[in-house]
Design a protein around this ligand. Sequence first.
Ligand code: ADE
Ligand code: ZN
Length: 326
Amino acid sequence: PEMLSFIQGLPKTELHLHIEGSFEPELMFKIAKRNNIEIKYANVDEIKQAYSFNNLQEFLDIYYAGASVLLTEQDFYDLTWAYLTKVHEQNVKHVEIFFDPQTHTDRNVPFEFVLNGIYNALEDGQKQLGISFRLIMSFLRHLDEASAFKTLEQALPHKDKIVAVGLDSSEVGNPPSKFQRVFEKALNEGFLTVAHAGEEGPSEYIWEALDLLKVTRIDHGNRCLDDADLVKRLVDQQTPLTLCPLSNLELKVIQDLKEYALPTMMEHNLLVTINSDDPAYFGGYMNENFWGITKALNLSKVQIAELAKNGFKASWLSEQEKQEFL
Ligand code: ADE
Ligand code: ZN
């Protein structure tokens, strides 16, 4: 369809992507084999069958199991390179991606294997594919504060490579306040901050992310619509929300894309962006996310173009770098 080629042709950003969530079953088998690790599925089809989730936690259990075959620096390089070549085909020009070091360091994979594998691929992507990037280190919120502090310490020698810290994993019961002191230290060390908030958790978690963690963006943030004062705050400050439509659908945050509150959010003048979250698990990269909402909500070209531009506005590119795309 013509709309699909319009989406394809738009220069895009991706601001909410867990690199471990881009791990496609084919690559998972290949890496498991070379690392002599058994995986509990017989083939790619069986893996894909298992990707059916009723909530965030059911997904996370499978996502951490998948990531457990990643051992060497080369594994992390290959994972990241596969993602970059994929989004390059989709005309993505700039990415700000998460990695979850604790998922790997808790299995005794050295922090530097993870970081260097990912970072070297990002640098090659910039050189060979023209994709600019920023890297965000995300803390797992189901783990304790001490583990997050230890992870922050490991990142300090690598401030040249990591620009921000984030907060992900099981949201309900693990409010932003649990990590207030860790984020305070991260801010003092010069990192930007972001946090997943209001995906499954309540709008109060979004307030905490803003007030206690001083985030410059909210990841997801769907639940902000429950609180008019919060919407006003987000609009006044133009705090970006990194929405992930197919993720919300697959994790049953919404039951149907037709009920996605995106048009309401745009009417409120919230700075909303479209992203894929964990594309290997949720059935689509950037174009599929844009296409899904376009079909379900009958979006116009003007609206789609605005969403793509919002990605550049919400990014950490310099004002000068943004100008090329705005
Ligand atoms: N880790 C990977 N994807 C996530 C999501 N959508 N929410 C929380 N943690 C995640
Ligand atoms: Zn996420």
